[in-house]
Structures are given as C-alpha cells and as structure tokens.
Design a protein around this ligand. Structure first.
Ligand code: SAJ
Length: 422
C-alpha cells in the first residue's frame, strides 16, 4: 500500500493527503479545479487549516496535485473527499460522489482499495458509490476492488485535533475491505476503529452530528422559556457542567451554521422518510428550533431597543462576527445572514465587524457591506451592538467599556447595565 490518490483537495482531502505523504506514502491529490491544482503545486494553500509551509513540506514529501485522473491507474488506495451539499429534496447532492466513482471505475487498474469519506446517508457506499465504480469492470477486476466508507472528522479551526490524532472509523462492504482500510489508515492515524460494515460507519458520522444538532436545539429552546421565567440558563448550564459524568454542555447561540451540523442530520431524516415513509421527528424538531434562532435574536434586539424607546427603524446596529463560529473565516449557513435580513427589513441601519470577513453580502440581500474600519468608534456610535461570534481578537472587556448597549448571543459577557445576554 504505497500509492494513494485523494479525490477532492478541500478542507478534508488536502490535510489527509499531506499527513499520508508525511508518513511515507506516494500521494497524488486529484481535483477537477485546475486553479486549485496549480496553486497547490505552487505551494499556495487555499485551506485555512493548511499553511503554505505545510504544503511545501508536503511537496518535499512527494505530494503533487493534478486534474488528470489517469493517476488512479497506479493507485493502491483511492480516497474520495468531495462535497455532498444538501440537495433540493433534502438529501445529499451525490453528483460529485457519483462522478468520482465513475472516474475511478474508468481508470482503476490493479488491486485497489476505494474509500468514500464524504458525509452521506447510510447505504450510499453500497447502493451508489460501489455500483458506479464496479459497473463496467470485468469480474476479474471486481474481485480486486475493495470498497469501504470512513467518515471525515475534520473540525475546522481545531488546533488540538487533526488527521493524525483524531480516531478514524472505517467500515467495508466486505471484511477484507474493512481490514485493508484499517491497515491503510493505521499508516498515518494513531487510532483506527473497525465498524461492523459501511452502513454502521456512515451512521456513526450522522449520529455524531445529529447528537450536536439536537442538543444545541435543546438549549436554544430552553433559553426562550428560561428568559420568560427569569431564569439564567447560561448559569444553569455552567452549574450542570460540573457533573463529571453523563452530561455534555451545549450552549445557546444565534443559530447553527457550518456545513456539518445543520446539514448532516437532514440526510438521516431524508433517508428514513424515503425508505420507511415516516419522519425522524427529533431531527425535524431540532431543525425547526435552530432555524428560528436567528429570528429570536432579531426579536430580542428589537426588544432591547424598544425598552430604551429607540425605534428599530433607523437604529444603528453593529453585528460583531458574521462567520458561522468563532476564529474561522467560514461563513456557510452563518446565522448572521438571516439576522441581517430581518433587522434590515425593519429599517435598521446594520453594519458589521469581522476580522475574517473584509466584505460581506448577506445571503438573501443585495447589499454589500465593507468591514468596519474603526471598531471602537463603531461600537461607541451604535444604538445596539450584537455579539454573534466572539473571535479571539476581540477584547470583550473593551467592548463592554465602549458600548451603549450590547446584546451578547454567546453568554460570554457578564450582564451589566449596558450588556444583555440572549
Ligand atoms: N453551536 C452552538 N452551541 C453549541 C455548539 C455549537 O450554537 O454548544 C453552533 C456553532 O456556533 C456553529 C454550529 O453550532 O454555528 C456548529 O458548531 P460546531 O461546534 O458543531 O462546529 P462545526 O460545524 O465546525 O462541527 C464540526 C463537526 N466536525 C465534523 O463533522 C468532522 C462536528 O462533528 C464537531 O464535533 C465540531 O466540529 C466540533 O466539535 O467543533
């Protein structure tokens, strides 16, 4: 097992390719985007979590990128890390997966292990990925083609856990495929866990993210009635967190962003409905609650202004942090977009500050905003500041000193006359 091809050089494929190259494998990164391929070969990373220096050392370890799928002919292992965005019917859009499988089938030569890492519903590897690889192969080649699934567990911005030290789950369509996948990942991952099969490995990933989605929805819903019951849920969560077993703290927020948590659980509910005809109610309810979170923030902003006899129409509101979580630049499914839209629809003059976002066109609006130059001035002159993502570069104490009124949607600041917690 020396020659590896990683299909898709995004935030999942590239770090894995470089880690494998670091551990002695001959690695080719296959991507359809020739600009990305060129920049990778020039040592320019397009991934926040991969520095140019890491990329250059990857190149020195023999890593190269290409758009030419014939590289698959020499591969012992091909790993597919392509996007599976939410499709129009609520399930994953599997076109990139199908195209990758077709490409593998058209170029595969000798004994090859093919692994799908893209997040999808249980059954995809067996019912879609494998048939698209195998359908035009001779029975001889089919015997030498092993297929497995292994969920990606890349956490954007996580400085502590990376490819090597995040345990890897693998599940094959055959026991031999599982064993080969364990052997492959063990070359560059400290701990590899063999699932019963591909479906269990697919389900493990969806369970991980559905667990988060549902528990975030739980505290988001509890926050609303706690506020009306004049109970400080933030403090209650801090207290509950002292329990050393059987509890994991989640905290309310302005909404659930990213391309994992708000998306992956839908794949499961879509599959259950499509195959069994009934709803996965827990996910649907969590979805309903989390989607309403940004509107709840807008309503609390309106109430904060109203309590001070300031009309929201014409009010100057500053949003701090428009990415989907702190300390990263990723804006996918960010709650800032619906919050902006709702406040602007009420006539507020909304501006923003985010060290990671130089210009911002909120989804659903045709306004393009520039990042605020002078943070202190903007905070001081705003009728209301809304802290959405507490990026590490913010000095939260300074914000409190500067602001007339701040709505803290992350429970990071102690309440004071000028600071209201969501
Ligand atoms: N959020 C809350 N309250 C919480 C936790 C998160 O409102 O208590 C919000 C965040 O602000 C964000 C969204 O939910 O908008 C998702 O946050 P996340 O911490 O789950 O971060 P992600 O989306 O980057 O999730 C990734 C996932 N990694 C993979 O799918 C491989 C997830 O499985 C990880 O557990 C998560 O990172 C992590 O632990 O940071």
């Amino acid at each position: 097992m020396k020659n590896l091809v990683v299909v898709g050089q995004g935030y999942v494929g590239l770090p894995m390719a470089l880690e494998a190259a670091k551990n002695g494998l001959n690695v080719v990164g296959l991507d359809t985007n020739d600009k990305i391929v060129k920049s990778l070969n020039d040592g320019q990373s397009h991934i926040d979590d991969v520095s140019n220096m890491e990329l250059v050392s990857g190149r020195n370890n023999g890593y190269r990128a290409t758009t030419d799928p014939s590289c698959i002919r020499n591969a012992d292992v091909v790993v597919v890390c392509v996007p599976t965005p939410l499709g129009s019917e609520g399930g994953p859009d599997l076109i990139p997966v199908i195209n990758s499988a077709k490409t593998i089938g058209a170029n595969i030569e000798g004994e090859t292990l093919c692994i799908l890492e893209s997040t999808t519903y249980p059954g995809t590897t067996e019912e879609i990925f494998a048939p698209e690889i195998l359908k035009n192969l001779s029975s001889e080649k089919i015997k030498k083609t092993h297929i497995a699934f292994s969920p990606e567990r890349i956490d954007p911005g996580n400085a502590k856990f990376g490819v090597k030290n995040t345990p890897k789950v693998v599940g094959g369509l055959t026991n031999e495929a599982t064993e080969l996948a364990v052997k492959f990942y063990s070359i560059f991952v400290n701990e590899v866990i063999a699932a019963k099969g591909a479906k269990e490995a697919e389900m493990a990933k969806l369970l991980e993210n559905t667990f988060r989605h549902v528990n975030i929805a739980l505290v988001n819903e509890m926050l609303r009635f706690s506020q009306e019951l004049d109970i400080d849920l933030w403090n209650a969560i801090d207290c509950a967190e002292s329990k050393p077993f059987g509890f994991m703290a989640f905290r309310p927020g302005p909404g659930v962003g990213g391309h994992c948590i708000p998306v992956d659980p839908n794949y499961l509910s879509h599959r259950v409905k499509a195959k069994l005809g009934y709803a996965f109610r827990m996910v649907e309810l969590a979805e309903e609650i989390n989607i309403a979170a940004p509107q709840y923030v807008a309503t609390r902003a309106w109430r904060n202004l109203n309590d001070r006899r300031i009309a929201v129409n014409g009010a100057k509101i500053l949003l701090l942090g428009v990415t989907y979580k702190e300390n990263i630049a990723d804006r996918r499914e960010s709650p800032a977009d619906p919050i902006y839209k709702r406040l602007a629809s009420w006539g507020a003059e909304v501006s923003y500050h985010d060290p990671f976002v130089p210009t911002w066109t909120p989804k659903g609006s045709n306004a393009t905003l520039e990042n605020t130059e002078n943070l202190k001035e903007s905070v001081q002159s705003a009728d209301l500041v809304i802290l959405l993502q507490p990026h590490g570069s913010y000095d939260l104490h300074e914000l409190v000193l500067w602001t007339n009124a701040l709505l803290d949607t992350r429970g990071k600041l102690t309440e004071s006359p000028s600071v209201e917690r969501l």
